[in-house]
Design a protein around this ligand. Structure first.
Ligand SMILES: [Zn+2]
Length: 183
């Protein structure tokens, strides 16, 4: 499904990085190549790093239909160096374009998954058990929950009315007793 492959049967829908060891590695680079920086300055730092671990956290439930995971390599930072904005901005621009392309691809996959689920639903394949992420199934679940809420509310109102009627009976009975004493 995803060109990033799968992990434990789940499609990998995104990636990221965690960078460790930045305190030591980066501060060493800053010592070697000092810059007169002030707050608000924007700089570009080229970082040499080694992949030392891999994490696969579950992606946000915004893709429930495909149950995707993210692939997060953990990097250990090595040497860092400042680079010129001109060199950096071309690379950052290319990266932003790739991110947009990836987002389009993933949302396309979600659309396809939703269509497949809807077709399965229409074939009655979800009749025994609702499939989370299937829009018609989710809609049925919402309706059922709303009906249950309405039934609970009606029962609560009926209880309150019965209690009020009982209280009226008590008042009437008390009045009856008082009236009896007087008479
Ligand atoms: Zn369904």
């Amino acid at each position: 499904m995803s060109d990033l492959g799968e992990y434990n049967g789940r499609p990998i829908v995104g990636t990221g990085i965690i960078i460790r060891n930045t305190g030591d590695g980066l501060s060493k680079a800053m010592t070697v190549d000092p810059r007169d920086l002030t707050i608000g300055d924007q700089v570009y730092v080229l970082l040499e790093a080694t992949c030392v671990d891999m994490h696969y956290p579950v992606e946000d439930p915004k893709y429930p239909a495909i149950g995707g995971v993210r692939r997060i390599p953990v990097l250990s930072a090595g040497t860092a160096t400042f680079i010129d904005e001109a060199d950096a901005s071309a690379a950052i621009q290319r990266q932003k374009e790739r991110e947009r392309e990836h987002a389009d691809k993933v949302s396309g996959q979600v659309t396809i998954s939703m269509a497949i689920l809807a077709a399965e639903h229409d074939d009655g394949k979800h009749a025994k058990k609702r499939v989370p992420g299937c829009e018609p199934c989710d809609e049925e679940a919402r309706l059922e929950a709303a009906e249950a809420d309405a039934a609970r509310e009606a029962a609560a109102i009926a209880d309150a009315e019965a209690a009020a009627e009982h209280a009226d009976d008590e008042v009437a009975a008390a009045r009856g007793r008082r009236g009896g004493k007087r008479g």
